[in-house]
Design a protein around this ligand. Structure first.
Ligand SMILES: Nc1ncnc2c1ncn2[C@@H]1O[C@H](COP(=O)(O)OP(=O)(O)O)[C@@H](O)[C@H]1O
Ligand SMILES: [Mg+2]
Length: 238
């Protein structure tokens, strides 16, 4: 079954077309990377799937219009604006984020342990570092046990040790719980080890296929507008 189906998707901001007639499907249980240059519409695409911005066309989540099945989506945004005047702790923030309003202490404890945020659970959000906040946002996405995770450059501020854990968690969720993953990233080398599928975006969909497509220099040149070299590792990174 398709986890996500996008048909004739157009997003405009004012007179500018940001996403120009995208059509693609994401199979359930697949890890898909979205790559593309800055400003190519990657974050806009995830926000449209989440139903956070108006769009033309159709976005279906497990066969239903996206707004009907939004509760099946977990989202880690690229940027998150914290209200500096709001004295909200990590714990309070996570409790407020629960869709079911039932705090399953055991499950949540497991998520917090996996993501390693226990030691700043009582800290206020506004006092966290960028990397700590990214971890909290990841926890927020996971506590509702989503069937699809949308991750927008989720490790850009996380330290190197944390990045490895982060990828293991995602892999675990995908392999054990069949969570479908859509991840925006610039780490092409990691993408190659990690994702099965890739979408190349630059306002239009430039490619849609297996990650091996990334070794096509002409395609990357078309996408980024200049030569890109992808180092072809043979061994898994993690
Ligand atoms: N709310 C908005 N209003 C106007 N323009 C926007 C808005 N959000 C994004 N854009 C524009 O849409 C384009 C794509 O942005 P974005 O999706 O953030 O790109 P990416 O994530 O690929 O770097 C950019 O040109 C950006 O300036
Ligand atoms: Mg972005």
């Amino acid at each position: 079954m398709n986890a996500i189906e996008v048909k004739n998707l157009i997003v405009r901001f004012g007179n500018n077309i940001i996403l120009d007639n995208l059509n693609f499907e994401i199979e359930e249980g697949c890890i898909t990377a979205i790559i593309g240059p800055n400003g190519s519409g990657k974050s806009t695409l995830l926000r449209a799937i989440m139903g956070l911005i108006p769009f033309e066309g159709e976005i279906k989540i497990f066969g239903e219009p996206n707004f009907k099945n939004r509760h099946l989506l977990g989202y880690v945004p690229q940027h998150y604006n914290i209200d500096k005047f709001l004295p909200l702790t990590v714990e309070e923030f996570l409790r407020l984020s629960l869709i079911k309003k039932k705090f399953d202490e055991k499950k949540i404890k497991q998520v917090l342990e996996d993501i390693d945020i226990f030691h700043y659970f009582k800290k206020e959000l506004r006092d966290l570092s960028g990397g700590q906040l990214q971890r909290v946002l990841f926890a927020k996405a996971l506590i509702n046990e989503p069937l699809i995770l949308l991750l927008d450059e989720p490790i850009s501020e996380i330290d190197v040790a944390g990045q490895k854990e982060f990828y293991s968690i995602i892999k675990h969720l995908n392999e054990k719980h069949k969570v479908t993953i859509l991840i925006v990233t610039h780490e092409i080398t990691i993408v190659h080890h990690f994702a099965k599928h890739v979408l190349c975006l630059n306002k239009k969909l430039i490619c849609n296929g297996p990650v091996s497509l990334l070794f096509n220099e002409n395609l990357l040149k078309e996408l980024y507008g200049r030569e890109i070299f992808v180092y072809p590792f043979n061994k898994p990174l993690f």
